[in-house]
Design a protein around this ligand. Sequence first.
Ligand code: ASP
Length: 327
Amino acid sequence: MKPVIAIHAGAGNLLRENFTPGDAAQYRAGLARAVKAGFSALEAAGTALEAACAAVAELEDNPIFNAGRGSVFTHEGTHEMDACVMRGTDRAAGAVTGVSHIVHPVLAARAVMLEGRHVLLSGAGAEAFAREAGLEMTADPAYFDTERRRRELELALELERRTGPAAVLSEDDPCAAAAGPDRKFGTVGAVALDFNGHLAAATSTGGMTNKRCGRIGDSPIPGAGTFADDQTCAVSCTGHGEFFIRYQAAGDVAARMRYLGESLEEAASAVIGMLAGVGGRGGLVAVDRLGRVSFALNSPGMYRAMMSEDEGPLAAIFADEALTPVL
Ligand code: ASP
């Protein structure tokens, strides 16, 4: 089997006019570093799970993406991060939610899965578990802060004062325009196929700017934001999590392949198209058991990249843009 890795680093209102060439190059370089980290793990005969975690951990370290360092702020100005991993061989899964001291939440999710007793750990319990597992922790959650995310929170709070809590930053709102290219969304995720034909998915996120404390998105929920099954595909989602939970987005891609006999591409576009119809903005990355990759999105853009034996790192940002090599 020819190994392959594909990643996303969030979908949203990513419009060309909001990116300087320097911005775009910085995002593309960050994506390339992450797929290379994942692909190196695959080449070293690592498992799909190791590869997906290596790519996601690299993205968590990069403050420009909304996961780990650079996570968005809650309404209260804190960080509550979620992460999940799932293994296609046996549908083993592990996840953590609402954590704010674990440097790599994705590695905590993997530790939960490998321990095998539970699937989903939250808050203080998840952090105690990560500490016992010997994972890197930070005493000060300010480690995850960035100026840009703080500005986004301030803008979201300002908008909320004007229009109420249900407000979503819209394109033509001056507040939104000042909020930078990402607006509210962001999340990072990876899917991989290894030499042995096994699939895995990993997703990690700071969630959505200005979320209520305690809110849990789709990312840490197997079947909603993350899914893997060797019989069909591995999927990692990004977007407005409430919709992805309600419509079981990641699991639905696999179910459509399994029960309707759809190809990965058909299933992924059907799910993302259906979400668009109900107001669920976002996208996903998926790989099937033959190594075919699909990026589906209903937002103006999604940071995305892939790498295989045949192709070096390829990346794209805008919806209408083909993947191109990152030099
Ligand atoms: N899906 C994530 C959440 O709802 C956010 C995102 O992907 O932008 O927490």
